[in-house]
Write a protein that binds this ligand. Structure first.
Ligand code: 1PR
Length: 561
């Protein structure tokens, strides 16, 4: 018996961690009953979801006491994200639910005034332990696979602030906005990361490997260390994310392919005869995702663009793609298209929450909701902005956390000559006048992949989705999609100002400078592109080099294990 055990309580994507361990050549067992915890020689708690649901589940499954006993026994424990937070006395996220009380202190909500929350993306760690004042850092001797100045993938709204009381526990801190929180805890047999090593590319796998190779046990008393207090920098080291997006559908030969439309039309240009050509085939989804991971994409998004067709739950085409992709791609994966209630041919109804659950178990970190979000917001607005609690956004956010719910918006521009003609919609001035010289416009939301316009504007949609618990906005623009003419900065600026959750700019990227413009002029957290990456017109690395030369922080690729 013995060996490495993983503690899963069904709250999200643990497949990625399992895949990471397989990639590193390690066997493991899942904890299935309380006794397994005491059986383990090494234990990893990959916490996902909310603090309250995680700790309550530990209690209801009778895991809490054996877990405390295991940690006290001195055997190596690694906690990830909520697996770190659970060791504290409590969290502002669920004030009435106690933690495991192994480390003093409370997990706190980030201050939202100067930054988007959740903290979602790649941020740098600062190692506080030093051998002496001038020496580089203690981690050179005993690094736990963590390297000063490396960026790792974080996704959380709550964190443990760095304090004097927690110095002895702190190995590294991270700055987000003006706040400094503990990103790595290490004391004796305990190693915990607030970031997700299994989602942090090869840099993250190195941290896991170090723990697995036994570097997890270190006596802190064996040497005299200096703790260097982290200083608040004028600017944090949070990087901008570059996301590769793969629109997937079945082509006319019945193969699942990555395609790309011009303003959502994915068929080859026809010859003017009125007959549409073949669905464009730009590659195989799993191969392309793998290529983008190796080339430095910070995140990969798959969109099932024929999702408006009903599909039985067991037959969802993207499940297999996700399973295979997550075996070799160790950055966050988002899946969109068809996140809504589905009905099997035998009439069995599966809720959007069930559909999302299937995707999370198959390796997705986030689901992206398009059409269903529009319908949900229509009901919310009709109901005097009262939350119903039963929408896909709310149920998925409640079970898996806000950070797991992205809203994919498919707007198109509607020009008007005066606000009075906008039927009460949120109007913005535009520097690109309409066909009749109009200098005002609003953005109409569409459903079913742009096939149907609805009486709701983007501003209404994104603010309502944020109120309903969404964690991120993926902002497309039908007018710009596939045009290579740059992002719609006016739309993006307007949305960025309207919400406090992270925004991903999408549609229209054609050259490196388009990325610079969107980051500088709108301050979005991420920019997504499809066509230019698929057609190899602009490599991801060249976008990153261009941004770096202009002092925009991006993640450097760690290309080997
Ligand atoms: O409504 O929840 O089932 O979700 C359907 C999803 O499929 C939505 O996210 C919607 O955006 C997407 N979708 C539906 N039809 C199309 C289509 O193209 N015919 N794709 C489509 C939209 C948007 C982007 C795209 C970027 C960047 N694609 O992700 O890849 O605009 O392109 P570019 O860099 O080449 O300009 P539901």
């Amino acid at each position: 018996m013995g060996g490495l055990y993983l503690l899963d309580y069904g709250a999200g994507n643990v497949r990625s961690l399992a895949n990471a361990l397989n990639r590193l050549g390690y066997d493991f067992k899942w904890v299935k009953k309380p006794e397994d915890i005491l059986e383990a020689d090494k234990l990893i708690f990959p916490g996902v979801g909310a603090f309250g649901s995680a700790t309550e589940l530990l209690t209801s499954k009778n895991y809490a006491e054996p877990l405390k006993q295991y940690i006290k026994s001195g055997k190596p424990y690694m906690g990830i994200c909520v697996g770190l937070q659970a060791l504290f006395h409590g969290s502002e996220e669920n004030p009435n639910v106690p933690g495991l009380c192994i480390i003093p202190g409370t997990v706190k909500l980030f201050n939202k005034t100067d930054k988007a929350v959740p903290h979602m993306g790649w941020n740098e760690v600062f190692c506080v332990r030093r051998i002496n004042e001038v020496n580089e850092d203690y981690l050179q001797d005993n690094h736990h696979g963590i390297k000063q100045g490396t960026v790792y993938y974080f996704v959380h709204s709550y964190a443990v602030p760095f304090t004097d009381e927690l110095k002895e526990w702190t190995l590294a801190t991270t700055q987000y906005g003006k706040e400094i929180f503990i990103s790595v805890i290490q004391k004796d047999n305990i190693l915990c990361t607030q970031f997700h090593p299994e989602k942090s590319g090869y840099a993250g796998l190195k941290v896991l490997r170090s723990f697995l190779q036994g570097e997890g046990i270190v006596s802190n008393t064996s040497r005299q260390l200096i703790i260097k207090n982290p200083e608040i920098l004028p600017q944090d080291r949070f990087t901008k994310r570059i996301i590769a997006c793969l629109d997937v559908r079945t082509n006319d030969q019945g193969d699942l392919v990555v395609t790309k439309g011009d303003q959502y039309d994915v068929r080859e240009c026809n010859d003017g005869s009125g007959v549409s050509g073949q669905v464009r085939n730009l590659g195989k989804p799993v191969d392309l995702a793998r290529r983008y991971f190796e080339e430095g994409a910070d995140e990969i998004t798959f969109l099932n663009i024929t999702s408006f067709r009903n599909c039985p739950l067991t037959d969802l085409p993207m499940l297999e793609i996700l399973k295979r992709t997550s075996e070799t791609v160790f950055v966050p994966l988002t899946i969109g298209g068809g996140i809504r209630d589905v009905i099997d041919p035998d009439g069995k109804l599966h809720s959007a929450l069930d559909v999302a659950g299937e995707y999370f178990r198959s390796g997705a970190d986030k689901v992206s909701i398009g059409s269903d979000a529009v319908y949900a917001v229509e009901k919310y607005l009709a109901n005097d902005k009262k939350l119903s609690g039963d929408t896909a956004i709310e149920t998925i956010a409640c079970a898996y956390g806000s950070q797991a719910v992205v809203i994919s918006v498919d707007p198109r521009r509607v020009y008007v000559d005066s606000p009075a003609n906008a039927m009460g919609h949120h109007v913005i001035p535009t520097s690109y006048p309409g066909p009749k010289g109009e200098t005002l416009c609003w953005y109409q939301c569409t459903v079913k992949g742009g096939r149907e316009g609805r009486d709701i504007d983007v501003h209404q949609l994104v603010t309502a989705c944020e109120a309903m618990g969404a964690g991120e906005i993926l902002l497309n623009c039908m007018d710009k999609d596939g045009t290579n003419s740059g992002y719609d900065l006016e739309l993006i600026q307007d949305v960025k100002k309207a919400v406090n959750i992270p925004v991903i700019a999408s549609s229209g990227a054609g050259r490196e400078e388009h990325f610079e413009k969107v980051f500088v002029e709108t301050n979005v957290e991420a920019a997504l592109a499809a066509g230019i990456f698929h057609r190899r017109e602009v490599p991801i690395q060249s976008v990153k080099n261009y941004l770096k030369e202009r002092d925009i922080l991006v993640r450097d690729i760690v290309s080997t294990l």
